[in-house]
Design a protein around this ligand. Structure first.
Ligand code: SF4
Length: 237
C-alpha cells in the first residue's frame, strides 16, 4: 500500500465535490426559487449503469432523492427483476429542481441545467445510460425522435469524450397510467444485463459524438390534450 487514492475513491470524491460546489446551491435558473432542495442524484458513482429521468416531483423535492414516489417504487421493482438494487446504479434527472406543479421542463431550464448532467456522466463514466422518457432521451441522443419510436433501441454515443451506450426506455410513470406499457418496460429492462455485458464493445464500435446543445423540444400540447392523459402531462411519450 502506498497510500495513494485509487481510481474508484477518486471518482466518489470528484462527484461529491462537483455536487457540493456546483449543484446543491445552483441558482442558474428560476426553478431555484421554488424548490425545497436540489435533487442532484443518488446511487453509486462507480455504477456501470446510469438512469436519467425528467425532473424531481413533490416527494423528490422533499427528500432530496430521485424516484422515491410511485414511479420510483416501480423503478425499484424493475431493477429487482433484473437482479439489481438502487445502490448498484446511479439515478439522476435532466433537471435537478422541481418544476412548479410538475409541469414539463422548459427549454431554457434544460439548457441551464444540462451541464450538471453531462458532468455527472463524465465523472461516473457509465457503460450504459438508460434514459427514461422523452426529455432525457432527446437531450442525450441529440436527436428529435420520440421515446415511442426509439425505446428499446440502443445507440452507441460519445458523451464528454467517453464512449457509452444509450438505451432509451419509457418513463416508469407511464406504466402507472397505461398498464399495458408495463410489459413493454419489463421487456426492455430484460435486455439491460446483456447490453451492459457488451456495452464496451458496442460503444467502442461506432460512437456518435454528442455535443451538448439546447434540446429541440416539441411544442407543448394544448391544455385540452394534456388533460386527456396524465402520462402525456408528464412528457412520457
Ligand atoms: S434546475 Fe438545474 S440549473 Fe436550475 S437551479 Fe436547479 S440545478 Fe440549477
Amino acid at each position: 500500500m502506498d497510500g495513494a487514492p485509487d481510481a474508484s475513491s477518486a471518482r466518489v470524491a470528484e462527484l461529491e465535490a462537483y455536487h457540493r460546489d456546483h449543484v446543491l446551491g445552483c441558482v442558474r435558473c428560476p426553478l431555484s426559487e421554488g424548490r425545497t432542495q436540489v435533487v442532484a442524484g443518488s446511487g453509486s458513482p462507480e455504477a456501470r449503469i446510469m438512469f436519467v429521468g425528467e425532473a424531481p416531483g413533490y416527494h423528490e423535492d422533499r427528500t432530496g432523492v430521485p424516484f422515491v414516489g410511485q414511479a420510483g417504487k416501480l423503478l425499484d421493482g424493475l431493477l429487482e427483476g433484473i437482479g439489481l438494487r438502487r445502490d448498484d446504479v446511479f439515478v439522476a434527472n435532466v433537471l435537478k429542481c422541481r418544476p412548479p406543479g410538475n409541469r414539463d421542463p422548459q427549454p431554457a431550464e434544460i439548457r441551464a441545467c444540462e451541464e450538471h448532467l453531462f458532468r455527472q456522466v463524465g465523472i461516473i463514466r457509465p457503460a450504459l445510460i438508460c434514459t427514461l422518457g422523452n426529455f432525457a432521451t432527446k437531450l442525450l441522443s441529440g436527436r428529435p425522435d420520440g421515446i415511442s419510436k426509439v425505446h428499446g433501441c440502443e445507440l452507441p454515443l460519445e458523451i464528454g469524450g467517453q464512449p457509452t451506450l444509450l438505451y432509451p426506455l419509457f418513463h416508469p410513470a407511464a406504466a402507472l397510467y397505461t398498464r399495458a406499457m408495463l410489459a413493454t418496460l419489463e421487456e426492455d429492462f430484460a435486455r439491460i444485463p446483456a447490453l451492459v455485458a457488451r456495452a464496451g464493445e458496442v460503444a467502442g464500435a461506432a460512437p456518435t459524438p454528442v455535443v451538448p446543445e439546447p434540446a429541440a423540444m416539441p411544442a407543448a400540447p394544448p391544455p385540452a390534450a394534456r388533460d386527456a392523459d396524465p402520462a402525456e402531462q408528464l412528457g412520457l411519450f
